[in-house]
Design a protein around this ligand. Structure first.
Ligand SMILES: Cc1ncc(COP(=O)(O)O)c(C=O)c1O
Length: 428
């Protein structure tokens, strides 16, 4: 029998690249992976978590709610602490306008990692055939969500300050000419230490992008949202913080802010959050009600306790020092082992270095470079995975994402040295 019982979504969804990258790592125990977006094992807060959980479970009054179902929007104390922290972070930058209701705990939904929020937002906003604008390149797992929903991604070129508003304007103008503006629902940007390039978007740039989106709303016939993914905001180890798009005057009604406690605390706890304008918040809550009717209580109570006790702040301070050192080890190794014609930007936060090879040197999964790297037991993320499948151009294929998040100091040095050797062989 040939017929399948799968839904259109089930048939359409292709395996995410993360699956085969992970499979490669599992199949080769000696492989040095500079590919995974995992965080640093040594700094995971094992002792702090044991103490916090011990306190939480020491009394029935605090233990029982932590082990019980919660509500769909999330644990009220965590929502309050999260909203207050976000508001204080934006206020501390001295940029923009930090005012209610953008930082109201009522606008905040706790999710199973920020990944769930990204999924839910796409689910409640997009139908097959719709268009979502993305940075070029972007977070490749997000591209998977779009693919699965039958949504077309259109890319907007990045500059050192963030996505280029003139390019955004040109893309939207073209969509208008094609009569597809009503299908445009949102622009997704990774605002801080972007995955994969490390770019941080300035507040002025966020304001300019929001202006362009607003300009096209009337012909689109509906709001066009800016989805700001701040997954790496807390992992800043150089330079000042930048206010979120929530602080752009007049931007609050159009900004969706996705945050997470995964990277800055523990990826295994997987607690994220979203700040959403109405009527999106209500729609996301209804969809989340169907998904899981609430994020795991234990993780939420743990994070609330970490935030309230100061454990979280102390942990983030330690992480920043650690990742600054790891980024330094990686860039020092790159300077030492990579050919002079490979360029990269010194990271100021996050987990990645984005290396640009000469255009003729291919890095894709089928390239000689990738195969030789695997044979040398080192893995990177081929840059082309991070480019939207835009029918109007060929995705660049000469870049690689290298992560210093999970690898040890030794693995970083060994991995980069092996890659340097392979590059020397392939580039001649
Ligand atoms: C840009 C970006 N957004 C969101 C996520 C999802 O993180 P989590 O669901 O753990 O919060 C990741 C994870 O790597 C990421 O890189």
């Amino acid at each position: 029998m040939k017929a399948t019982a799968l839904s259109a979504l089930g048939r359409r969804t292709t395996p995410p690249p993360i699956s085969w990258l992970m499979a490669l790592v599992l199949a080769r125990p000696k492989l040095v992976s500079l590919a995974a977006g995992f965080t640093d094992d040594a700094t995971l807060p094992v002792t702090e978590t044991r103490r916090l959980l011990g306190r939480l479970l020491a009394r029935r009054t605090t233990g029982q709610p932590a082990l019980q179902y919660g509500s769909t929007p999330g644990f009220p104390a965590l929502r309050r602490l999260t909203a207050a922290r976000l508001c204080a972070q934006d206020a501390a930058t001295g940029e923009g306008r930090v005012s209610e209701p953008a930082y109201d705990p009522e606008a905040l939904v706790i999710t199973h990692g920020s990944q769930q929020l990204l999924y839910l937002v796409c689910e409640v906003l997009c139908d097959p055939g719709d268009v979502v604008l993305v940075e070029d390149p972007t977070y490749f797992v997000f591209l998977g969500i779009l693919q699965s929903h039958g949504v077309e991604a259109r890319d907007v070129a990045l500059t050192p300050d963030g996505a280029d508003p003139d390019r955004l304007d040109a893309v939207l103008s073209r969509l208008r000419r094609e009569g597809r503006l009503p299908r445009v629902k949102l622009f997704y940007l990774v605002g801080y230490h972007q995955n994969p390039t490390g770019t941080t978007t300035t507040l002025a740039r966020k304001a300019a992008l929001l202006d362009v989106l607003r300009h096209y709303e009337r012909p689109a016939g509906h709001p066009i949202y800016l989805l700001e993914d701040a997954a790496y905001r807390e992992l800043r180890f150089a330079g000042p913080d930048t206010a979120s798009a929530l602080a752009v005057p007049g931007g609050a009604g159009r900004v969706i802010y996705a945050g997470t406690y995964s990277k800055p605390f523990a990826t295994g706890v997987r607690v994220g959050f979203g700040v959403l304008p109405e009527p999106l918040r209500r729609a996301v809550l209804c969809a989340k009600g169907n998904h899981d009717f609430g994020t795991s209580s234990l993780g939420q109570h743990l994070l609330a306790a970490a935030l309230e006790s100061g454990v979280y702040d102390r942990h983030v301070a330690r992480l920043r020092t650690r990742y600054a050192a790891k980024a330094g080890w990686m860039t020092a190794a790159l300077r030492r082992h990579f050919p002079a014609h490979v360029s990269w930007t010194e990271p100021r936060g996050g987990l990645y270095v984005w290396a640009r090879l000469p255009r003729g040197v291919r890095t894709g999964p089928r390239s000689a470079l990738f195969r030789r790297a695997l044979a040398a037991d080192v893995l990177y993320v081929p840059g082309r995975l991070c480019y939207a499948p835009d029918p109007t151009r060929r995705a660049p294929d000469h870049e690689m994402r290298l992560s210093f998040g999970h690898a040890s100091e030794r693995a970083i040095r060994t991995g980069v040295a092996r890659l340097g050797q392979v590059l020397a062989e392939v580039c001649g």
